[in-house]
Design a binder for this molecule. Structure first.
Ligand code: SF4
Length: 295
């Protein structure tokens, strides 16, 4: 097929827009939409020190490429890469992540579950089974990522979350009846580094294509525990439904954003966890997991 804009060979068909795009028009369209999301949310401003949360997979590698390409020349903005090693045998490859960061000439920082908590995610699975691997992993990763980024002086944490991830999260929280998360709006809070998601309106397959076209050496292997998560079921259901109704993922992401906007600001201030010293709302979930593992 030919590009709808210039007639060259197309690399992508966007079923939701009806457009075929060649490589250069796809990259331009992709980057314009990521920049629009940043503008709309006011996510990046003068003086920001952005820590890109790097797993080394397609999403975070594409994000590092996009941010360094877009903001790399700005002297008032610094970009670094932060990677959390959960301790998943045969999956997490910190050497490969470091190489990607070096290719983009950004400083690389890492932290690990083993050093921070005394056990790995594999240890959790061995003790508690693999059904809960993602929920435990998510809590500990957010906790450690926030702490590491804050200690590095970062003003923003950039996440490679794409449209599919966001739509899945909205649907998962709906299926769980989790109104609190659905309406939880991120507002600046002492001790929490604000998180930004420039790819929030970009479908997973377009992020993957952007990574294939631009990034050398990103990690293609998937986490061995991902198939056990509720997210895997939701992804499958959503992909089947979205095939017949291509605007569904956009509708879910817009719904999630509207619910958060209409909910207004939560005025609750975080407390400080007496165990780990990190800011928390309610019980510290990370310390609860640590206590469970010590039993
Ligand atoms: Fe962690 Fe689950 Fe992601 Fe694996 S798939 S890295 S266990 S959240």
């Amino acid at each position: 097929m030919k590009c709808s804009r210039c007639g060259r060979d197309a690399v992508l068909f966007q079923n939701y827009s009806g457009m075929h795009l060649c490589e250069s028009h796809f990259v331009a369209d992709f980057e314009a939409r990521a920049k629009k999301a940043i503008r709309q949310h006011g996510w990046i401003s003068q003086g920001d020190r952005i820590a890109v949360a790097m797993s080394g997979g397609k999403d975070s590698s594409a994000l590092l490429h996009f941010l360094t390409t877009t903001f790399g020349e700005r002297r008032d903005i610094t970009i670094s890469a932060v990677s959390i090693d959960e301790g998943i045998e045969g999956y997490r490859d910190m050497g490969a992540v470091k190489m990607i960061a070096e290719r983009y000439d950004v400083s690389f920082h890492q932290a690990s579950f083993k050093e921070a908590y005394g056990f790995t995610l594999d240890d959790i699975v061995e003790k508690q089974g693999d059904r809960i691997s993602c929920s435990r992993c998510g809590v500990l990763r957010r906790h450690l990522l926030n702490k590491t980024a804050r200690e590095l002086g970062a003003t923003k944490i950039a996440l490679g979350f794409n449209l599919d991830d966001e739509a899945q999260s909205t649907l998962m929280n709906t299926l769980r009846g989790d109104a609190e998360t659905l309406t939880h709006r991120q507002v600046p809070r002492e001790g929490f580094v604000p998180r930004i998601r420039p790819f929030v309106h970009l479908p997973e397959r377009e992020v993957a294509l952007y990574a294939f076209l631009n990034v050398e050496g990103f990690i293609e292997a998937g986490c061995p525990y991902s198939k056990n998560a509720l997210r895997a079921d939701v992804r499958e259901i959503l992909n089947i439904y979205n095939y017949r109704h291509p605007a569904t993922k956009y509708a879910l992401v817009n719904l999630g954003e509207e619910l958060k906007t209409n909910a207004g600001d939560n005025k609750t201030e975080p407390a400080v966890c007496p165990e780990c010293g990190e800011p928390v709302f309610g019980e510290c979930q990370a310390c609860r997991i640590v206590a469970e593992m010590r039993k």
